[in-house]
Ligand binder design. Structure first.
Ligand code: ME8
Length: 478
């Protein structure tokens, strides 16, 4: 049995989970379920990023003690993942002792590590420059637009403090080589060029500790400093496996797939591999950075008033349909625009009037015209054979497209041949057609299992009942 280690980003706990977090996590869940079906031993990791100035300030603003604030928001993530049927194997919180231990070990090893140029990987220096607390990242003047961080629309703070630095620049050649050799695959196409661009133009040594940020993990060899929250966070991919020594680590490392949004590509495809190289730890096999969506062509934000809440979608459409809808609106990997109207329309066309209608009309004819028994064993009139190839390449949108084509084919076939009429006049012929459609629905049910596991089971159960009945609508219109 092969193994498959898949991760999502660990999400910041400064607020409740939003639909962007849901988007990545549902996609990771689809890929994890698919790999399990393909008999891979899967370890699916997600979690929360809890340290740093941003979260400490949010807790203060909420007038809560920071641990309590994190507990409350971590619960909101757990609740949402339960609501969406996320089948994670581990949920790591960076405030857990198991993570703190691994981070301290990592920092200690880094302290004695050497760069490819045989220099110490860490050195002490003064950082003097800009820092955006929204990104939790150091900024240069060229990153700033009109005095603001373009992503968070806040003014970066000016830092002047003594820190520990990591000699990232010494890793330039090694990074280029790894990326050139495609040992660590960066996907989808185009992102690799982006990373090559970062390496060519944007490498500087980076501060890996902060002074005056009490909410964090202390640097083990310098208690006046806390570990920079991004370094703390990236180590979650190791700490969850019990690094440095554990059976789980031996079994599952390197990660097969770090699934992330494009906003955090540099951290994952440049800083993370350099840190791993410094410690001579194998690099992840692949990184997939999906696109970002806007809502009505604007960044989703409370102030714009265009927030789509994942809880609202689950309440309106159910968990399975929400999973499907999130991934069916634009190709995974690209940017897209979503609105509640587009989601509603897609629900009606693809699910209620598409798949739901197909299942309902076929099972209805089996129930009423053939006493609930599929008349003959015939193969499906259409082969859905591309799923494995598509999902192995994270082409979730294209896989959904293949289902939608098959559903449209079957619904058009029923209409063109007026199946509800020939069932009255040419019963035998209608029985063969209907049996073929049942075989196709059975294939569709198997196909959609990683995307809509409950709907898939529901359809399979209906089809395998001794006496088939139409049953309740799969996707009611409310
Ligand atoms: O960056 N469209 O956490 P975060 C698509 N803690 N995906 C979106 C999105 C959108 N509009 N908005 C957010 C962090 N996302 C760090 C990660 S990992 C070691 C540390 C998703 O809470 C997408 O996956 O800001 C993005 O990368 C992530 O949320 C950022 O989550």
């Amino acid at each position: 049995m092969n193994k498959f280690y898949i991760t999502t980003p660990i999400f910041y706990l400064n607020g409740s989970p939003h639909i962007g977090h849901a988007y990545t996590t549902v996609a990771a869940d689809v890929l994890a379920r698919f790999q399990r079906q393909n008999k891979q031993e899967v370890f699916f990791l997600t979690g929360t990023d809890e340290h740093g100035a941003k979260i400490a300030k949010s807790a203060q603003k909420a007038n809560m003690e920071v641990h309590k604030f994190c507990d409350k928001n971590a619960q909101a993530f757990l609740k949402l993942w339960e609501g969406l049927g996320i089948s994670y194997d581990d949920f790591l919180r960076t405030s857990e002792p198991r993570h703190e231990e691994a981070v301290k070990e990592f920092l200690n090893q880094l302290k004695s590590a050497k760069t490819p140029k045989n220099r110490p990987a860490l050195y002490e220096d003064e950082y003097s420059g800009l820092y955006c607390e929204g990104c939790e990242a150091y900024k240069t003047e060229s990153d700033i637009e009109n005095g603001l961080c373009p992503e968070h629309k806040i003014k970066p703070i000016t830092l002047k403090e003594r820190n520990w630095f990591f000699r990232l620049l010494d890793f330039e050649e090694s990074l280029k080589k790894q990326i050139g050799l495609k040992k660590m695959k960066i996907m989808p196409e185009g992102r690799q060029k982006e990373v090559a661009g970062f390496i060519k133009h944007g490498l500087t040594d980076i501060a890996i500790s902060r002074a005056n940020v009490p909410w964090g993990i202390k640097v083990p060899f310098d208690e006046s400093q806390t570990v920079y929250v991004w370094v703390d966070a990236l180590i979650n991919y190791l700490s969850a496996l019990g690094w440095p020594k554990s059976k789980k680590f031996e079994k599952f490392w390197p990660a097969d797939l770090h699934l992330i949004g494009k906003d955090i590509l540099k951290f994952h495809a440049v800083i993370w591999p350099a840190l791993l190289m410094a410690l001579k730890i194998e690099l992840p096999k692949s990184i997939f950075a999906h696109g970002y969506f806007t809502v009505g062509d604007e960044k989703m934000s409370k102030s714009v008033g265009n927030v789509i809440s994942p809880e609202h979608l689950i309440k309106q459409f159910g968990a399975d349909a929400t999973r499907y809808l999130l991934l069916s609106l634009y190709p995974f990997g690209q940017d897209g625009d979503i609105t509640i109207e587009k989601i509603n329309l897609k629900y009606k066309s693809a699910l209620a009037n598409g798949l739901g209608n197909l299942v309902s009309r076929v099972l209805n004819l089996v129930e009423t015209e053939f006493e609930g028994v599929i008349p003959v064993a015939v193969p499906s009139p259409r082969n859905l054979k591309n799923r494995n190839k598509l999902l192995e390449n994270e082409e979730i949108y294209e896989a959904i497209g293949e289902i939608e084509d098959a559903v449209a084919f079957a619904n058009q076939y029923i209409e063109k041949n007026k199946l509800w009429q020939i069932v009255k006049t040419k019963k035998e012929e209608a029985g063969i057609i209907l049996s073929g459609l049942c075989a196709l629905i059975c294939e569709i049910a198997k196909y959609i299992d990683p995307i809509m596991p409950n709907i898939s089971k529901d359809i399979t159960d209906r089809l395998s009942a001794k006496k088939i009945t139409k049953g309740e609508p799969l996707f009611p219109i409310v």
